[in-house]
Design a protein around this ligand. Structure first.
Ligand code: PXP
Length: 253
C-alpha cells in the first residue's frame, strides 16, 4: 500500500490577478480558505523578492488563517537574509528553498546545493533549529539529493517542470525526464529524505507523477488557478485530487 499523497495548492497566481488591477481583489487568502475546504492539505505561497504576486501582508494573513485551520503553510523562499528573517518571524510549517532570479518568469530550475553549499547550508541549519521543516527544491539529480541530506534538510521537492513541459510539447524526452524523477525519488527516500514534487503539473501529468511511490506531496499552482477560471477553484481541486487518488488513495485528512 502506497503512502498517502498530499496536495499543496500554490495560490501565488490569485495574487498575480489581484495585482494586475492594483486592487485587493481577488484575495489569495480567500483562495487558500476555499482550497482547504475543497480538499487541499496545505497551502504554498512564494514571497518573491520583487513581491510581484504574494506580498508581505498576504503571508501575515495566510499564516494566521492556516494556524486557525490547523493546516500547513509551505513558505517558498529564496535563500536571502530578508526571506530567512521573514520565515523565522512567521514560523511556517515548512520553508521550501528555491533559486530566484528577478528576470525569470517562474522558478526555472532547482537549487544548486553543491555550488551554493557555503551560502545555503547555514540557512538550512538556522531554519531547522527554529523547528521549520526545510525543503530544498532540486532537479532530479542524485548528487543534489545527497547534498540536501548532508546539509540537514528534511525534505526535497523534485522539479517536475522539464517532464511536464516535454509532455505538453509531445517531446519524446518526457520518458527520460520521468525516469530521472523516479530514480531521484527512490534515492532521496533511501537517504531518509521526504520527497515532494512540483512545478508545471496539470491534469495530463499528475497521474505519472502520483505513481512515483516515494512522493508524498505535490505542490500545484499555475494550472489549478488557470483551470479555476473555467471550472471554479473547488472543482479544479476536486478533479486534481480525483486523479491523484486514483493512483494513490486519499490524504487521510
Ligand atoms: N513548487 C515550487 C518549488 C515552485 O517554485 C512552484 C512555482 O512557484 C511550484 C511548486 C508550483 O508550480 P506551478 O505553479 O507551475 O504549479
Amino acid at each position: 500500500m502506497n503512502a498517502p499523497l498530499r496536495l499543496g495548492v500554490n495560490i501565488d497566481h490569485v495574487a498575480t490577478l489581484r495585482n494586475a488591477r492594483g486592487s485587493d481583489y481577488p484575495s489569495p487568502v480567500r483562495a487558500a480558505e476555499m482550497a482547504i475546504a475543497a480538499g487541499a492539505d496545505g497551502i504554498t505561497a512564494h514571497l518573491r523578492e520583487d513581491r510581484r504576486h504574494i506580498r508581505d501582508g498576504d503571508i501575515d494573513a495566510l499564516a494566521l488563517l492556516l494556524r486557525r485551520l490547523g493546516r500547513p503553510l509551505n513558505f517558498e523562499m529564496a535563500v536571502t537574509a530578508e526571506m530567512e528573517a521573514i520565515a523565522l518571524a512567521h514560523q511556517p510549517h515548512a520553508a521550501c528553498l528555491v533559486p530566484e532570479r528577478r528576470e525569470e518568469v517562474t522558478t526555472e530550475g532547482g537549487l544548486d546545493l553543491i555550488k551554493g553549499r557555503a551560502h545555503i547550508a547555514p540557512v538550512v541549519t538556522r531554519l531547522a533549529a527554529a523547528g521549520i521543516r526545510v525543503s530544498c527544491f532540486i532537479d532530479a539529480d542524485l548528487d543534489q539529493a545527497a547534498a540536501a541530506k548532508a546539509m540537514g534538510a528534511q525534505v526535497v521537492e523534485l522539479h517536475t517542470g522539464a517532464y511536464c513541459d516535454a509532455v505538453r510539447e509531445g517531446d519524446p524526452s518526457a520518458a527520460g525526464h520521468l525516469g530521472r524523477l523516479q530514480t531521484a525519488a527512490a534515492e532521496a527516500e533511501r537517504l531518509g529524505l521526504e520527497v515532494h514534487a512540483g512545478h508545471g503539473i496539470d491534469f495530463a501529468t499528475v497521474t505519472a507523477i502520483s505513481a512515483i511511490p516515494q512522493v508524498v506531496e505535490l505542490n500545484i499552482g499555475h494550472f489549478l488557478i488557470g483551470e479555476s477560471v473555467f471550472l471554479g477553484l473547488p472543482a479544479a481541486i476536486t478533479q486534481m485530487r480525483t486523479l491523484m487518488n486514483q493512483v494513490r488513495g486519499g490524504s487521510g485528512s
